[in-house]
Ligand binder design. Structure first.
Ligand code: 13P
Ligand code: SF4
Length: 355
């Protein structure tokens, strides 16, 4: 990266000192991760943002829903900045407040809303989190989805899982021992979600028809191909991958889990990792070193690319955000509206309190 920009980022951070706290999701570019005070998966970053009440500014290097969650969990005096407002998440965009309200009407008409609790993946807008809080549900991330679902099924008979059908299905089937038949998919673009009243009554998991455009591209063929190409390879994937991919993998987990699994792996072992490319490249470089065990790490499918919205946060945007703060201007502030925040916070706090 541009040495001039690196020096400017370093100088701005130094001058801001403890007034600023920079969070970096594991999918961020190397040039950005270098300036993160803490890195993590979505769960860890939400907790870390909440644990820094002394920082005036939280600069969130990640995507929009993460910055919203940080705003909800920090104090009203703290200001959250997303260095590029175009850093959204295509999965989060797949569930709008209007669509979800309509879905709840469909469940109500079918007579199942009373026995359904919503569980929403962190990768959703603050509006969806507020809907979840209003209806007694919880947020989950890929690192606590099992605990969230176990909690939900103690509360209620059915779960409406938003918006990632894959995380919902993978967790229900792999961790809770449900069958694929226990799950139905609600399609917001079809009347009544494309489901009959009987289907809604019989289902235990009502999965929203959303997915991650990056993880959705890993296929069963990519798993077969890498196993043929690299004998003895271990396949490690994120639970946003399709059920057939997750079923064919050796290990499944959040980005933080993936890092820990590779840290614990025996020296010389071989791994094909199915998650975002910035992270996989960084891990491949890190673990190739003899001092880190000389582990061979490859990207599960060479045709899959970066998460384009995560990549929007680059060094020029980070420098601009930090230097603006130095000059007393808060650019790209993410601020969730009060009523939405109140209910979204309820749902997020339920997640933080999961047993
Ligand atoms: P985690 O970091 O929680 O595993 O989530 C991955 C992701 O897709 C974030 O957008
Ligand atoms: Fe959204 Fe997928 Fe990118 Fe994560 S990797 S931010 S889920 S599009």
């Amino acid at each position: 990266s541009d040495p001039g920009l690196v020096a400017r980022a370093r100088a701005a951070k130094e001058r801001l000192g403890d007034r600023v706290f920079v969070l970096g999701h594991h999918y961020q570019r190397d040039e950005v991760i270098e300036f993160a005070d803490v890195t993590g998966d979505s769960f860890k970053l939400a907790r870390d943002a909440a644990a820094r009440p002394e920082a005036e500014y939280i600069v969130f290097c990640g995507v929009h829903f993460m910055a919203e969650s940080a705003d909800i969990l920090t104090t009203p005096a703290q200001q959250v900045v997303l260095p590029d407002l175009a850093a959204g998440c295509s999965m989060a965009d797949m569930a709008t407040a209007e669509q979800v309200a309509e879905c709840w009407d469909v469940l109500t008409d079918a007579g199942v809303a009373d026995v359904t609790v919503p569980v929403s993946y962190m990768n959703s807008s603050a509006d969806i989190k507020a809907f979840t809080g209003r209806h007694g549900g919880t947020i989950c991330t890929s690192s606590n989805a099992e605990r969230a679902l176990r909690w939900a099924f103690r509360e209620s008979e059915k779960v409406l899982f938003l918006p990632d059908q894959h995380l919902g299905r993978n967790t229900a089937v792999r961790e809770l021992g449900m069958t694929l038949e226990d799950c139905v998919v609600y399609n917001p673009h079809k009347p009544n979600g494309g489901l009959t009243v009987e289907q809604l009554r019989d289902a235990r998991m009502i999965l929203w028809r959303g997915h991650c455009s990056v993880h959705g591209r890993f296929s069963l063929d990519s798993v077969r191909e890498v196993r043929e190409r690299i004998p003895g390879v271990n396949v490690l994937v994120h639970p946003e991958c399709k059920h057939e991919v997750v079923s064919a993998a050796d290990q499944v987990g959040s980005t933080e889990y993936i890092i820990k699994a590779l840290e614990a792996a025996p020296p010389g072992s071989k791994w094909a990792v199915g998650t975002e490319l910035n992270l996989v490249r960084r891990l491949a470089d890190r673990f190739a070193a003899e001092s880190e065990g000389g582990k061979e790490i490859v990207f599960l499918d060479r045709t899959v690319c970066f998460c384009s919205t995560m990549n929007r946060i680059d060094l020029p945007h980070l420098v601009w955000a930090l230097e603006s703060l130095l000059q007393g201007t808060v650019v790209n502030r993410i601020q969730v509206e009060a009523e939405t925040e109140k209910f979204a916070k309820l749902a997020l706090e339920r997640m933080l309190a999961l047993p």
